[in-house]
Write a new protein. Structure first.
Length: 213
């Protein structure tokens, strides 16, 4: 049994119960940014759905089980956050219909699902390449800092299929931002420049950001 399979066995039981319900309802999903959850260190789950139908069904399923919508897409486009109690423990489930932060689309999700890794029926994670991209996108578009967990992924860049990574970055217009993250030089002026290079040709995204501000 490899390290990844052993690791996810520490996932909090309430999260496993949510995933079991999603699996039994045949929802097509991938977990992402979940390494801390697999270690039993967090009760927040980020989960990406392959299509809007499954994304909306997941929301209905959570509501039916007593979860409350705390953050809707009115707060942040492409995602919803639900909170609920399972076995006297509070959990937060973040549903995503795209890989995006602050309404900025970062990656095409179809190839992410095509390359997914199934550790078992419930635990489905991105490939190494997609994990590197997702963590880099989270740093660039939301968190603006590199944690030890993210550094561990970036140190594995030599193991990655760079043709695939570059294709995703070129399609989504943030290769310079990706390189900035890998350099570790996250000055806000440089982050702002990377954002502008990304959204200058994406009128809808730019309008959304101005409206949000």
């Amino acid at each position: 049994m490899n390290r990844e399979v052993l690791q996810f066995k520490n996932t909090p039981p309430g999260i496993m119960k949510v995933l079991d319900v999603f699996y039994k309802n045949e929802l097509n999903y991938i977990l992402f940014k979940c390494e801390h959850i697999f270690l039993g260190q967090n009760k927040n789950l980020d989960i990406l759905f392959a299509n809007s139908v499954d994304y909306n069904r997941a929301a209905i399923i959570l509501k039916q089980r007593g979860f409350k919508l705390r953050l809707s897409e009115k707060v942040e486009k492409y995602k919803q956050m639900f909170c609920g109690i399972i076995d006297n423990v509070m959990y937060s489930i973040h549903l995503h219909r795209e890989v995006a932060w602050h309404g900025i689309l970062a990656l095409d999700k179809a190839p992410i699902f095509a390359r997914k890794k199934e550790l078992n029926n419930l635990i489905i994670i991105p490939s190494l390449e997609d994990s590197v991209l997702i963590h880099a996108g989270h740093v660039l578009f939301e968190n603006f800092k590199i944690t030890a967990k993210e550094k561990q992924f970036f140190e594995r860049i030599s193991e990655c299929d760079m043709d695939y990574i570059n294709l995703q970055l070129q399609r989504n217009k943030w290769k310079s931002g990706f390189n900035l993250v890998l350099s570790g030089n996250l000055q806000m002026s440089k982050v702002f420049t990377a954002w502008m290079r990304k959204i200058v040709f994406e009128q809808k995204t730019m309008l959304y950001l101005f409206g949000k501000i």
